[in-house]
Design a protein around this ligand. Structure first.
Ligand code: NAI
Ligand code: MG
Length: 498
């Protein structure tokens, strides 16, 4: 197909970037079988950036065919060291193209360029390098049973892994999904979010340049319907998904009703942040502030329920509000901007409707609660106080720059309140008392607990949810278990067995 679907995009800075807008199947950018395309929007202007090809079930079939062939004929015969070299090469190429990748992410998603460049991209690159290191270290065990038996296990890849990602961290979630899958010897089909197809298409170009054999990595742009086809597909062996709990459940159901494919689900959250009077209050403010408003509140571990011990509540609130008032909102390509627009009209309306419900249910709107500017999906940083656990805004994932701050008196009270949601993704505790820190880390039902910090992550640390926040663990050594299956081999060593 050559360059038939190449577009030249002009950034608000005047710079131009060439991008392939087709589906990336078998190392080629192709139009969809039906020729369908859809638009992707710049959320800071609400204007159209460009169109990309839309994958239907026919295109999913083509990608599955390519990924299946690549798995059986090539990828599972390539040894780990070679797989590691390719992942490192991809990381090198991403480093070399850092500015373009960061700019595409900012254009399509609306997050600040300064942040994309210094946080999202470096994180993605670190993730490819981290899993590159594991490629030649995925192995089984020899297990002693009886003297005349030789038994061992092999950790084998699953086959074709389908990855379905959301729009909040397109480039880093692509890395979190495909790096461990490839490291373990699987081939992948990535479906990007309909709101943010562009940066992953650029990474696909770099995968080809890095030398990944054809069919090993396939990238499809499409809507939820494309994801549904993947979840139901009989020849996809695993779905790894990040997104809403509702869609996660539908994927698990589809997996059960089709070929019993494995699922790894990283879903929503409503994470508590607990601040004790004995903590360093400035540290607590700094981390919970970023925990609430980073990425415009559009992240699964957002600190959306902040509990402050009553005698430091007023002081905390004053400092937190002062920081929130200083947030610079605006064009994400301008320097010093912290908050850009929300991702879409749908998310903007959804967040505004939660704000309305919060007011109706009796919470106090301390600040924000309204749109910023005339154009683009901007919402002012919003703080609710006088909140109680049964309010909608204390239960639902809002996924916007909206946080709730409550008071507490005792440890037992705050533990009980912290656990009063269907989610269990993350939590934070701020205290200088190690006994309290350890007690709360044990009692809070969450996949990650931060103490005196928020949102720190590392490719080597397992990440995932308790309760309805997900199934399985991404990242670290734990991701290897998720992306492999164990084979037991038993050999009879009796001399007369032939
Ligand atoms: P979503 O869960 O609908 O979308 C995430 C991805 O799943 C996208 O690629 C989408 O195309 C795909 N998808 C949608 N329906 C599908 C289906 N039935 N089968 C397979 N794939 C499907 O999330 P959406 O609508 O973008 O956001 C809604 C809410 O979900 C947010 O307000 C937030 O609460 C939550 N969310 C959580 C995320 C997280 O990081 N845990 C990320 C994005 C959204
Ligand atoms: Mg977009």
């Amino acid at each position: 197909m050559g360059n038939s679907n190449e577009e030249t995009l002009t950034l608000p800075t005047g710079k131009t970037i060439k991008i392939q807008t087709g589906l990336f199947i078998d190392n080629e950018f192709v139009e969809s079988v039906d020729g369908k395309r859809f638009v992707t929007i710049d959320p800071s202007t609400e204007g159209v950036i460009t169109t990309v090809a839309e994958a239907s079930s026919k295109d999913v079939d083509l990608a599955v065919e390519a990924a299946t062939k690549a798995f059986s004929n090539v990828w599972c015969h390539i040894d780990g060291k070679e797989r590691g070299k390719l992942l490192n090469k991809l990381a090198d190429l991403m480093e070399r193209n850092l500015d373009d990748l960061a700019a595409l992410e900012t254009l399509d998603n609306g997050k600040a360029f300064s942040i994309t460049k210094t946080i999202d991209l470096p994180e993605a690159i670190r993730c490819y390098r981290y899993f590159a290191g594991w490629c030649d270290k995925v192995h089984g065990k020899v297990i002693e049973t009886q003297n005349d038996k030789f038994c061992y296990t092999r950790n084998e890849p699953l086959g074709v892994c389908g990855a379905i990602v959301p729009w909040n961290f397109p480039i880093s979630l692509m890395a979190n999904k495909i790096a461990p899958a490839l490291a373990c010897g699987n081939t992948v089909i990535l479906k990007t979010a309909e709101q943010t197809p562009l940066s992953s298409l650029k990474v696909a170009e770099l995968c080809k340049e890095a030398g990944f054999p054809k069919g090993v990595i396939n990238v499809l742009s499409g809507f939820g319907s494309t994801g549904t086809v993947m979840a139901n597909h009989m020849k996809i062996d695993m779905i790894t998904f990040t997104g809403s709990t509702e869609v996660g459940k539908s994927i698990q159901k589809a997996a059960a009703e089709s070929n019993l494919k494995r699922v790894l689900l990283e879903l929503g959250g409503k994470s508590p942040s607990i601040i004790f009077a004995d903590s360093n209050l400035d540290t607590a403010v700094k981390f919970t502030f970023n925990g609430s408003f980073f990425n415009h509140g559009q992240f699964c571990v957002a600190a959306t329920r902040i509990y402050v011990e009553e005698h430091v509540y007023d002081e905390f609130l004053k400092k937190f509000k002062t920081d929130a008032e200083a947030i610079k909102i605006g064009n994400p390509f301008e320097s010093k901007i912290y908050q850009g627009p929300q991702i879409s009209r749908k998310q903007f309306d959804r967040i505004m409707s939660y704000i309305k419900t919060g007011k109706e249910e009796g919470a106090t709107l301390l600040m924000g609660g309204e749109r910023h500017g005339e154009r683009g999906f901007y919402i002012k940083p919003t703080i609710f106080t006088d909140v109680i656990e049964n309010m909608t805004i204390m239960q639902d994932e809002i996924f916007g720059p909206v946080t709730c701050i409550a008071k507490f008196k005792t440890i037992d009270e705050v533990i009980e309140k912290a656990n009063l949601t269907k989610y269990g993704l993350a939590a934070a505790v701020f205290t200088n008392n190690i006994i309290k820190a350890v007690k709360l880390s044990k009692e809070i039902k969450a996949g990650t607990v931060w103490v005196n910090q928020y949102m720190e992550g590392d490719s080597s640390l397992p990440f995932g949810g308790y309760k309805q926040s997900g199934i399985g663990r991404e990242m670290g050594k734990y991701a290897l278990r998720e992306h492999t299956q164990v084979k037991t081999v038993q050999i009879n060593l009796e001399t007369n067995c032939n």
